[in-house]
Ligand binder design. Structure first.
Ligand SMILES: Cc1ncc(C[n+]2csc(CCOP(=O)(O)OP(=O)(O)O)c2C)c(N)n1
Ligand SMILES: [Mg+2]
Length: 590
């Protein structure tokens, strides 16, 4: 009731004030036509975002975020609001925005169901070390923890978010709003990037802006990146110089060090293996750019491995034999380095800084790369390409897409037969052009992620692939792309099945397939009903033609590709089975 009365009084006062403004301006020319409401804490928060060049917020407004959205509106010359049709869509749009640029993505959602709807996207961003800030509404501060059954109330939202995000805090008084916003931005972007969530009780958003002050009742922590240890750099240089068969593994944490990595690779004559996030750091056109299948083919000979900004899941969880090799890991997150066991040389720090120290140390000790070595690597790469070419019809479709998508075009995968194959079978030539949901493997993240990527890269073609199963998880975001006139192209490989599940069940449970059959809409007609363009392509050649046309259109395009049988994409990637090293890792034998 207090809030209702408050709202009413506030409304009456602003209305009366607005009505008086014309009178004041005609009476006295010097009086400014003030129609603005007084600045709120929400305004101050949004100014903090604009100060770090935030230009887009993805979200859905609601009772507990009205003041934030109004503050966005007041900053409309600096900030664009893109509302989605489900909070998961908003989360993935912020994710796609961040993944394709390296900049922080921003989402804003109501508490409780809004937060939980967004949570799958937050988890994906956190798991892929993606900088994302989520501003979450919260019930009035004096109702928190009281169990009053307030709209969207959730028992402990901050605690829930802490299980997902890198950092989650709540603003408990107006004076902390700006410092905690700055801290949230810092947490999302500094060190190992990740998800920062800031809970903002609705009454505090609406409170008058708090004048800047230094004394604070909630403390604001700062963490600093570790300095690179020169002794470890020396040891790494020594180990690499001694290596007969070195291999470099790269992940998302190595993107900024792309030029240094190429230099290292050429100096050592070492292939650079990328799986998902690391794709494009070294171009697949470069003789030293290796996909996971080529990496695995070379693995038996490899004696020394340097993993840069990657969880190094491939050798640790799947390939095995890490204990008999010299392992060097460089990771900005010291907690990550020892997850699979302690590497011989563990360098906690930024990849670029580490390589700036390592490269000069190597110059005098590394031996020249022989022509025989390069020939051998080329043979391995060719043998892998040959094995991959047998994964049909996926490879033919991926090739058709690659032929049309320019080098700077963005490809968004999904967990579908063509998507798994793309991890090793879709060439990538630049970093941040291949977007994956990483080890979360979320169905339905593709379309919304592609929308976010297109918002951030309006001049670049963006294509998302999915199965019929995955596409329907977030189909509603077609409406967002139509409204925003975003030329995002969604290719649906339709086998009327949760295909991967059906194949596993068939194999594991003697042909008993449960819960995997799907009844689908007419996808092109569905797209047209949204105001998008719908197409159908029956062959790789037809898909190439359709895609060419699609990139010339205005607004989103859906291309359905009816599919029959697929070759399994798994044997070339995991011939030893998935996570074959798990028992060894958990038995502590590393
Ligand atoms: C959010 C989510 N729920 C469930 C799954 C489990 N899952 C993995 S693959 C798959 C089937 C995907 O079907 P579809 O998108 O049509 O691709 P297909 O394998 O048929 O090519 C399912 C249900 C998942 N990966 N993500
Ligand atoms: Mg399917």
């Amino acid at each position: 009731l207090i809030y209702k009365v408050n709202d009413l009084l506030y409304q009456l006062l602003t209305d009366a004030y607005t009505m008086m403004v014309p009178l004041m301006t005609t009476a006295k020319k010097t009086v400014q036509p003030v129609t603005k409401t007084p600045a709120t804490v929400a305004d101050a928060i949004v100014r903090s975002l604009v100060a770090v060049n935030t230009d887009t917020v993805f979200g859905i407004p609601g009772y507990q975020t009205y003041h934030l959205f109004d503050a966005f509106a007041k900053q409309s010359q600096n900030l664009r609001v893109i509302s989605s049709r489900h909070e998961q869509g908003a989360g993935y749009m912020a994710f796609g925005y961040a993944k394709s640029t390296g900049k922080m993505g921003v989402a804003c959602v109501v508490p409780g169901p809004g937060v939980l709807n967004a949570s799958a996207a937050l988890l994906t961003a956190q798991s892929t070390s993606t900088p994302l800030l989520c501003l979450t509404g919260e019930i009035p501060s004096n109702a928190i923890g009281r169990g009053f059954h307030f709209l969207h109330e959730m028992r402990d939202q901050r605690a829930t978010l802490r299980t997902i995000a890198k950092w989650a805090e709540r603003v408990d008084n107006p004076e902390m709003a700006v410092p905690l916003t700055q801290q949230a931005i810092y947490q999302a972007t500094a060190g190992r990037p990740g998800v920062a969530c800031l809970d903002l009780p609705m009454d505090l958003q609406a409170a008058p802006e708090f004048p800047a002050r230094t004394t604070t009742s909630q403390s604001v922590a700062r963490t600093t990146g570790a300095a690179i240890d020169p002794a470890l750099i020396k040891a790494a240089a020594k180990a690499l110089a001694k290596a007969r068969q070195p291999m470099i593994l790269v992940g998302g944490g190595a993107i900024e060090a792309a030029p240094e990595i190429l230099e290292l690779a050429r100096m050592l004559g070492a292939p650079v293996v990328a799986h998902r996030a690391g794709k494009g750091i070294v171009s697949d056109r470069d003789p030293l750019g290796f996909n996971a299948v080529a990496g695995l083919k070379l693995w038996p000979e490899v004696d020394t491995i340097i993993a840069l900004g990657t969880q190094a899941e491939l050798p640790n969880l799947h390939w095995g034999g890490m204990e008999s090799r010299t392992v060097i890991r460089v990771d900005i997150d010291p907690a990550e380095i020892n997850v699979y066991g302690t590497p011989r040389i563990a360098i906690a720090g930024d990849c670029k800084a580490a390589l700036h120290a390592l490269l000069p140390a190597l110059v005098s000790v590394a031996s020249p790369v022989t022509a025989a070595r390069l020939k051998h690597l080329a043979d391995v790469k060719n043998a892998a390409a040959h094995a991959i070419s047998g994964v049909q019809p996926q490879i033919s479709y991926l090739q058709a897409i690659r032929n049309v998508l320019p080098d700077d075009g963005i490809f968004v995968d999904e967990v579908t037969q063509v998507g798994y194959t793309s991890w090793y079978g879709f060439e990538c030539y630049r970093p941040r052009r291949f977007i994956s949901s990483g080890y979360q493997g979320n169905l339905g993240y593709g379309l919304a992620t592609a929308i976010g990527a297109k918002v951030a890269n309006p001049d670049v073609p963006v294509v998302a692939i999915s199965g019929d199963g995955g596409f329907m998880f977030n189909v509603q975001e077609l409406a967002t792309a139509v409204r925003e006139r975003l030329n995002v192209v969604a290719i649906i490989f339709n086998n009327n099945l949760f295909g991967n599940v059906a194949r596993d069940q068939d194999r594991l449970f003697n042909g008993r397939i449960t819960g995997a059959q799907l009844a689908n809409p007419d996808f092109p007609a569905l797209a047209e009903s949204f105001g998008a363009t719908g197409m159908r392509a029956n062959t790789p050649q037809a898909l190439g033609k359709a895609l060419e046309k699609a990139f010339t259109l205005d607004g989103p395009v859906v291309i359905e590709v009816p599919m029959g049988e697929y070759a399994s994409p798994w044997p070339v990637l995991f011939p030893m089975g998935y996570a074959s090293q798990l028992d060894r890792l958990t038995a502590g034998e590393n």
